[in-house]
Ligand binder design. Structure first.
Ligand code: GTP
Ligand code: MG
Length: 313
């Protein structure tokens, strides 16, 4: 319970900027007692789109809410506010995780991908630390061999999080690092290997092919549980949607981590990105420190965004 409160507090702080933006305006619009008329519907539509929820989802949600209004289920703008929160949370819940990421005693490989600088390495450290604290045996694989500094960066995080790091020399083939990491993980009887990869533009064909090769190496090793997670940077807004679509096409995606939510007023992009690739948001990053990672809970997230439920604005 305390844990949950703590996480909720972190999430509230993390989405502060998003809440202060268009989601806050939605709250102000609907919490003022006013008639539900065309002006209100238009205002709401505009704010949802500006909040990065996406045109398609905005249309779907407004259709549903209009229907509830006609049926008499929504009578006041306050009712509309509550129904909107439900609709937003439902949109996120519909895209549920398809599999367990880690399982004690079963080898899992988690391939973490994304464009340059989005927060892959930091998110891996946070996730490794979280899973270690939950009793899993975690190994980190430094498959970003592109920059020498990337290997050192992962080693430093590994030391801080007390996690072993499997690394080769800079310039080595990422696939061979992954091969060795899987062998080492098996030999240690570890549960999960978290694979850090080089940042790559989703438009660069060769780099996307390299990811496919890494994936083939994992598949050849008969790893029972393989997950590919895309990290997106919340501050990039709608660009995150295009990135996610391209990575989904090249690598297939099982889930998303949305990093840098704390620095962003564009947290609404979570709705658009998760729907575009039909992959759930698994975690959100809310800062640069090791424990600045929260599990993603749709209800908590929507409440934190619009400032409903817990009385915070
Ligand atoms: N505020 C904030 N900063 C973050 C978060 N996650 C990562 N960062 C910062 O973003 C910067 C880039 O993070 P990295 O983890 O190195 O990103 P990367 O995707 O591994 O980068 P490349 O390997 O160069 O592609 C660092 O300065 C991190 O401290 C977050 O959730 N919040
Ligand atoms: Mg990195």
């Amino acid at each position: 319970m305390l844990n949950r409160l703590f996480r909720r507090e972190k999430l509230d702080q993390g989405v502060e900027k998003t809440r202060a933006g268009f989601f806050g305006k939605i709250r102000t619009l609907l919490m003022a007692e006013r008639p539900i008329d065309d002006d209100l519907w238009d205002g709401l539509e505009e704010l949802l789109i500006q909040a990065d929820v996406g045109v398609q989802l905005t249309d779907e949600i407004l259709d549903r809410l209009r229907g509830e209004h006609r049926a008499g289920e929504i009578q006041s703008s306050k009712d509309l506010f509550d129904a909107l929160q439900d609709a937003l949370a439902t949109a996120l819940e519909e895209i549920a995780p398809r599999r367990t990421l880690v399982e004690r005693g079963t080898l899992s490989a988690v391939l973490v991908v994304g464009v340059n600088g989005v927060g892959k390495t930091t998110s891996i450290a946070k996730l490794g630390n979280l899973w270690r604290s939950q009793g899993y045996n975690v190994v980190l694989a430094a498959a970003d061999t592109f920059r020498a500094a990337a290997i050192d960066q992962l080693k430093i995080w590994g030391e801080r999080a007390k996690l072993p790091v499997i690394a080769h020399q800079p310039g080595a083939d990422p696939s061979s690092v992954v091969f060795d990491a899987l062998t080492a993980t098996r030999a240690r009887g570890a549960d999960v290997v978290l694979i850090d990869t080089a940042g790559r533009l989703h438009t660069k064909f060769n780099l996307m092919e390299e990811l496919k090769k890494v994936r083939r190496v994992i598949d050849k090793q008969n790893v029972p549980n393989v997950t590919t997670i895309l990290v997106v940077d919340a501050t990039t807004g709608q660009n995150a949607v295009t990135q996610a679509e391209q990575f989904a096409k090249a690598a297939g995606l099982d889930g998303l981590i949305v990093a840098k939510l704390d620095g962003s007023s564009k947290g609404g992009v979570i709705f658009a990105v998760t729907r575009a690739v039909q992959a759930p948001v698994l975690f959100v990053g809310t800062g640069e420190k090791m424990d600045d990672l929260s599990d993603f809970d749709p209800d908590d997230f929507v409440e934190a965004l619009v400032g409903g439920g817990n009385g915070r604005v």
